[in-house]
Structure formats: C-alpha cells, structure tokens
Write a protein that binds this ligand. Structure first.
Ligand code: COA
Length: 628
C-alpha cells in the first residue's frame, strides 16, 4: 500500500466498472475481451520512502498521543536517514521490482494465504449469499442445481474461450488473470505452507449431499455436456444413494492447516483415499446439497444464510458437507437459500461477484432448457474413503474445533432500504467513501475511540495485481465522527466534516488503486529485512504501527447487480467484518463480530451503522434544503 497525492479531479472517472455494468453491456462495454491481447499492463510500482512515510504518519496520528507521535516520527527519521536501514531496503526492493513482473505477487500469496495457518473457515474464506430462490419441493431444488451447474460450465467456457468482457477502471484495463484461477483449483495443505493446484482442463465436478462426495463427469471427451434433464436425473441418483449420513471427512478441511496437513498425509497412505482426494482436488467445482439449516424469518434470514455460507453450521449442521480447500463451492439449501463459499487465495471477491451476476442472469434466462440431450453419461460415482482410527481421531477433534468457530461467530447481515448509491451520487459524493465513513461513524458511536479500518482496493491495473489496503481511519474521519455526535455542532459543520472526510478517503483510495498505498510497501520492506537477516526495524514495533494495523474494522465493497452480498468474519477478536454491496436504490451489508468479545456485538453494530447512514443522509438533505 502506498500513494502519491492526486487531485480528486473527476473521482467518478476512476470508478471500478463493477460487473453489474460490464456484464449488462458485455457486448458494448469494451471492444476488447478479457484475454484477447496481453494488455501490456504496467508493473506494480514501488513508492519512494518519503511518499510512504508522509502518508503513514498521517494515518497513525489518530491512534497516538502527542508524545507517542513524536517518538514515531523520530523512529521514522532514523529509519529513512541516509545511513539508516530504510534506504538500503528500499534499494533492494526497487531492484527486485525491476526484475519481476509484480514484486508483491508471490510474497502476497504466501504471506497472506498459503503460510497462514489458521483454518480457512471463518478466518479466511468468505461466503456469498445469492438472491433467495424459495424452493417448495426437492424437485425444484434439483432443477435449480442442474441449471446452476450448466450456468457455471457456460461461464467457465466463456472465460477460457476469451468471451468475457475486459473490465476497466476509468480508461485503464484491469488484469483478468484471477478469472482463470477459479475453476478446477484447490488448496492443498502442506507443512508450514500450503500450495495451489490448478486443473482447468478437468471434466468433472463433485456433488456433496449428507457428507458424501460424488464425482460427476459433466464434460465428455468430445467436450459435450449433459442436458438439463440428464443432469437432474443424475442428481436424483445422488440423493437416492446418500440417504444415510456419511462420516464427515470434509470437516477435516475446517481444521488448523498444520493439523489438516497431518490428517491429509495419513489419509493419503491408503490408495483408495489417495484417489478420492485427487478427484476432489481436480474437480472444476463442488456443489453441496445441504441438509436443512436453522429456521429463520424476515431479515434474520440474511444472517442465517451468511453463517451457512461461511461455516455451514458446524458438526450438527453442514460443515462436513464441504471441501473447504476447493476454490469454488456452490451451496444449495433445501428451502432456496443458495450461495457459495470460496477459498480466497487465488482470487479476490469481485471476480466471484461478477460470476454470481452471470449465473443469476443465466438461470433467469432459462437458456439451459433448450440444451439438447446428448450421449454424455454423467452417472455419479461415489468417492470412497477408508477411515482408520487415526483419521477418526482427527475427525473427532475437527468436529469439536469447528463447533467452537461456529459458536463464536455472530452475524447481523441486512439490507439497508432507505437509499442506495444514487442518493449519494446526487450529492456529488463517492458512494464507496460515503459507506466507509458511515462505518467509521458507527464504530465511533459505539466505542468512542478511532477504529483502524481496512478496506480492500484493487490493484488490478497492474500485472497480476491483487489488493492494497485503504486506511480508512484518518484524522478527518475521526473529526467527522466527533462532529456528527456533537449536539453542539450545526448541520453546516457536520456536512463540512462529512465532505472533508469523504474527500480524504477518496484521495487515499485513488492512491491505493494506483499502487501507492502504505501497507504493501511496508510489508515488502519488512519481508526483505527478514530475507536479508536484518533484525526487525523499530518502526514495526512502534505503537503507531501496531495500533494502525490492528484492523478492528475489516471492510470491502463487493458489488453485484443481483440482490446478493458477501460476508466474512472480523480480522481481530475485538473487531467487526463489514462487507457491502451498494446498489442504486439500496445497500446490502454482511456484518459480523466474535461472540467471545464482550465489547462487540454484530447487531449493535448493524443498528449503529443504520443510524449513521440515516444521520448522514439527513444532514445532507437538510443542508441542501437550507440552500434552496
Ligand atoms: N459524484 C458523483 N458520482 C460519483 C462521485 C462523485 N463525487 N464519485 C464517484 N461517483 C460514482 C462513480 O462514477 C461510480 O459510478 P458508476 O456506478 O456509474 O460506475 C460510482 O459513483 C461508484 O464510485 P465510488 O463509490 O467512488 O467507488 P468505486 O466504484 O470507484 O470503488 C473501490 C472504489 C476502492 C471499492 C474500488 O476501486 C475497488 O478497488 N474495488 C475492489 C474492492 C475489492 O477488491 N473487493 C474484494 C475484496 S475480497
């Protein structure tokens, strides 16, 4: 993360063309398709030390008293002095960047994901809730599932046939390579570091009911797919053959990665298990036909669905009916709650959201009904596992551990219906920055201290770009929150503070998408110090660094055109997760907190967020009315 200051001229020109727009206009949005040329994207830049330090000091200011801030500045001066360690590390980083397409790519994949040892469930893999389908019987569910499978096959074909539209941010094309990493991908547990296996040429999928795993060949050797009715018949067979609940071998994938690696090694000793593991890893995707999830009604449904797609409800629920290492797992509830969970390491949420809109549109279009019957045999084959005592022990402890994770996750997802991004745009403000400031205000409202806030910014303008952190908590955001909550301030004061905070946020966001944030640069310097055997520089142990990276708010925008939303757990024990989908007339939020923290509550946060959004709207309307 790093940035240079840019004038916020024409913010809107920088906006990420969310798929909702690109997909709708897929034939016209761009003359180029995603992979038709090599794009010649620029390499991720390395900011200068001074650029990063200048921004960094501002971003840590809300978390420090005067004395602490002076000390932080002193440490930074020592770090960046001509004879300090900073310039040495900077030179090495610039040299690395000069020889690699993207200096961060491998480092990021390893440090953010593959070397991270906590379970992917709750700690890393998001859920994505699709619009509710309302199945009244099993036949409807199977019909939907068969259509979804065909939709996903069509999407995969479009990706690899170079038929998906190129996404752009303003005039800049975006790197599209994440799209090719979603189908056929699996994370494999390793000792200390996992790995990713890519199988895009694979021809089968896995269907999981009642903890069983069935292999279904959905593309024959001539490239033909089954028809909708053939697929539905195959799914009926799957249901018939899985009436009995099977050993929840899938629950092992919810484990701490070191433990899962041990269990995986043990499983692999048996040749039949080894084959089943290979089939799971190489499948294009998995479809979980879940047992009933807890009943919920009204808006509570969104929270129940979020849990279903983040963790599956634990050992008594559907957590064993998953293979959490698969990048893509569609989950079909028996009542019409549908969605997915995805393993985060190969892709960000936005390509998954784009796919969601594609699938939703495809299913609505009923085009699958017209696919001809073929000779394709997609008869399901049950994958067998032989479970010895050691593996049974691993399953037993995985069940206990996943239940702890489940019991600890509190969700309060909701749809905010009062207004959407059109209202914000009508006030010439950036909707994303507006929501970010509402989250800042909600946190301050509850806790009365600044909350370090992580927002993902896409760096896909650069070759193989992933993300940079937008540090949304700023001097201006804290001032805004205090002003809003101060009864002595006028509407004009509040609007001025709101606009100042939004504009500062937008400025940082633009710098972040241009590869000029703070955090990735500091990470690169730290990793280089480590690789060179240099002791950790003092700036990384300073309260400014520690507090500004203790992200009590983990947020991101994941936009879909359909009524869907992404959700995930907080990054810190005392924090919140808050993922949002600002649509033209409403906004969907996936809100989470951990039960173990007595200071936080997902439903309190939801309430504070709704109040904040409404208060912000009210001051804008009042100020505008006064002017008129
Ligand atoms: N006045 C009027 N309209 C404005 C405006 C202003 N001052 N500022 C922005 N807008 C408009 C934009 O033109 C855009 O219009 P569109 O809906 O017609 O495209 C819209 O408001 C949205 O812009 P904005 O809210 O500023 O945000 P953005 O779309 O540029 O998104 C980020 C900002 C940081 C979220 C985006 O750049 C990004 O990086 N997204 C990826 C996040 C990610 O990785 N998520 C996954 C994590 S797993």
């Amino acid at each position: 993360m790093n940035f240079t200051r840019q004038k916020i001229l024409g913010n809107h020109q920088m906006s990420l063309r969310a798929i909702s727009k690109v997909w709708k206009n897929s034939k016209t949005a761009s003359t180029k398709t995603a992979f038709e040329n090599k794009l010649h994207l620029p390499s991720l830049p390395v900011p200068t030390l001074n650029q990063t330090i200048e921004k960094y000091v501002k971003s840590v200011t809300p978390f420090l008293n005067e004395k602490e801030l002076e000390n932080t500045k002193k440490l930074l001066r020592e770090f960046s002095a001509a004879n300090g360690i900073g310039p040495r590390l900077q030179k090495l980083l610039e040299e690395k960047a000069g020889t690699e397409e993207n200096w961060l790519e491998a480092w990021w994949l390893n440090t953010a994901y593959l070397e991270y040892r906590q379970p992917v469930v709750v700690y890393s893999s998001p859920g994505l809730v699709f619009p509710f389908e309302d199945f009244t019987n099993e036949q409807q569910r199977l019909q939907y599932t068969a259509t979804l499978i065909l939709a996903a096959l069509q999407y995969k074909t479009d990706i690899f046939g170079d038929q998906i539209p190129l996404e752009t941010m303003g005039a800049s094309p975006l790197d599209m390579n994440q799209y090719k990493k979603v189908f056929g991908t699996c994370r494999i547990p390793g000792e200390k570091r996992d790995s990713l296996q890519f199988n895009p040429e694979s021809r089968h999928i896995i269907v999981a009911p009642n903890n069983h795993f069935f292999k279904m060949e959905v593309i024959d050797s001539n490239g033909n797919w089954p028809s909708l009715s053939q697929l539905k018949s195959a799914l009926e067979v799957v249901i018939q053959e899985s009436e009995e609940y099977d050993d929840p071998i899938g629950v092992l994938t919810t484990e701490h990665r070191d433990k899962w690696h041990k269990a995986y090694t043990e499983l692999n000793k048996d040749p039949e298990n080894e084959r089943s593991l290979k089939e799971l890893a190489s499948a294009l995707f998995l479809v979980a036909l879940d047992n009933p999830m807890p009943k919920s009604s009204g808006d509570n449904w969104r929270s129940t669905a979020s849990k279903q797609f983040i963790h599956g409800g634990g050992s008594r629920g559907n957590s064993g009916n998953r293979w959490f290492d698969k990048t893509l797992q569609f989950i079909i509830g028996e009542d019409g709650t549908v969605g997915l969970t995805y393993e985060h390491s190969p892709s960000e949420g936005q390509p998954i959201a784009v796919m969601t809109d594609y699938l939703t549109e495809y299913i609505k279009s009923k085009q699958a009904d017209n696919l001809p019957d073929t000779k394709t045999d997609c008869y399901p084959e049950k994958l067998k596992f032989n479970i010895n005592q050691t593996v049974a022990g691993y399953i037993h402890s995985a069940n206990i551990h996943v239940d702890k994770l489940v019991d600890n996750l509190d969700m309060a997802s909701f749809q905010f219906k009062c207004f959407g991004k059109n209202f914000v745009k009508s006030h010439q403000l950036s909707p994303d920055s507006f929501v970010q400031m509402a989250i800042q205000l909600a946190f301050y409202r509850i806790h009365r201290v600044p909350g370090a806030q992580y927002e993902s910014a896409s760096t896909r303008k650069f070759i193989h770009g992933r993300t940079e952190t937008i540090r949304s908590c700023s001097i201006e955001s804290v001032d805004f929150a205090k002003t809003m909550l101060d009864a002595g301030k006028t509407v004009a004061d509040k609007v001025a503070a709101l606009k100042e905070a939004i504009n500062k946020h937008k400025e940082y966001a633009q710098e972040a998408v241009n590869g000029m944030g703070v955090d990735r640069h500091l990470l690169g310097l730290r990793l280089l110090a480590n690789e060179c055997g240099i002791p950790l520089p003092a700036i990384y142990q300073d309260p400014g660094f520690v507090r500004s990276t203790h992200m009590r708010l983990s947020t991101s925008q994941v936009a879909t055109k359909c009524d869907g939303f992404m959700c995930y757990a907080p990054l810190t024990t005392d924090g919140y997760g808050c993922c949002y989908n600002p649509r033209p007339l409403d906004m969907n939020f996936g809100v989470s907190a951990f039960v173990e923290c007595p200071e936080t509550s997902a439903s309190d946060f939801r309430e504070a967020l709704e109040n904040s959004l409404r208060d912000m709207r009210d001051v804008l309307i009042t100020a505008k009315g006064a002017k008129l």
